[in-house]
Design a protein around this ligand. Structure first.
Ligand code: GLY
Length: 302
């Protein structure tokens, strides 16, 4: 089987490059996903992933992440986790060390500390400034009569995206998927998005393939988007057709104004992607390539 890594957005190229080198040195698909995501969590220029990135409206960074093993369907996730540099690694520990799938908030932090992760307190450059600017903008703009959170929704329109979501296929045909995000900028405290919800932001099954999302998590949760794409692939659609059909289904109802993107890789190394955002970029690399390729797609309605 040809080893393949795919990841959302242009910064995903760092994840696929690192992941592929892990696969090539004999690591598992799970190792490739975890190690690839850690590079993006550490990247000081990526404010939408990792500790110190863009916060909720109270100025607190609450992180979501999950990981799934396509061979066993075992999975682990954390939601609204504070002060931990690598939420993806905590998600993997939830999968490996607990009988549960999702830990959130204080419980997730307590578990991480028991596992030996350290509590850290820092901002990535510009993250706090962006939060202060956004608070000012919300106060300043004439947004009509609505709640504070209603005003946030109006101001934030179009700027919701950028989870790092990764799928790996190793030489034995084994697959894994994972993701990590600060979640929606200015979200309500305690809000957990699709990245922590198995079947919404992430799903993978060796028998079929995997799918991951980025964008407004509520859409992915509402439509169980990653599982939907895997189900469509399991009845014979290729990844591209499965992604397009699933995105069109989300557009059939108008529960949410903003967009979502889905990226899929099947167990035959075929890839597909579709989005209701204006455009979406993903990174692709297989073992025959020296470096990742960035692929840009237009929104399904543009
Ligand atoms: N897709 C990331 C989020 O909604 O939190």
């Amino acid at each position: 089987m040809k080893r393949v890594m795919v990841a959302t957005w242009d910064f995903g190229s760092k994840a696929v490059e690192r992941g592929l080198s892990v696969l090539e040195s004999g690591g598992s698909a799970l190792d490739a996903v975890e190690e690839g995501i850690k590079v993006v969590e550490d990247d000081l220029e990526v404010l939408t992933v990792g500790l110190g990135g863009l916060p909720n409206f109270k100025g607190e960074v609450e992180l979501d992440a999950s990981i799934m093993d396509g061979e066993t369907l075992r999975c682990g996730a954390v939601g609204a986790l504070k002060h931990i540099r690598h939420p993806i690694s905590v998600a993997r520990k939830v999968m490996e060390l607990t009988p549960h799938i999702l830990l959130v908030g204080e419980g997730a932090l307590e578990f991480a500390l028991k596992c030996g992760f350290k509590q850290e307190f820092f901002w990535k450059p510009n993250a706090r400034e962006k939060w202060l600017e956004m608070l000012e903008k919300i106060k300043r703009e004439a947004l009509g009569e609505c709640s504070f959170y209603g005003k946030i929704l109006k101001v934030m329109r179009d700027s919701w995206r950028e989870t790092v979501s990764v799928i790996a296929l190793d030489a034995n045909g084994s697959m894994a998927a994972g993701n990590s995000t600060t979640g929606l900028f200015m979200k309500m405290p305690g809000r957990v998005g699709d990245s922590a919800i198995i079947g919404a932001g992430i799903y993978v099954d060796n028998r079929v393939g995997g799918a991951v999302t980025t964008g407004v998590g509520e859409i992915a949760i509402n439509y169980c988007l990653s599982k939907r794409v895997c189900d469509l692939m399991s009845i014979g659609l290729n990844p591209q057709k499965a992604c397009e059909k699933a995105i069109l289904e989300t557009l059939d109802r108008e529960n949410f104004a903003n967009g979502i993107a889905v990226l899929a890789l099947n167990n035959k190394s075929e890839v597909g992607a579709a989005t209701s955002l204006k455009e979406f970029t993903y990174a692709y690399q297989d073992e025959e390539m020296d470096r990742p390729e960035l692929r840009k797609i237009k929104g399904i309605l543009t």
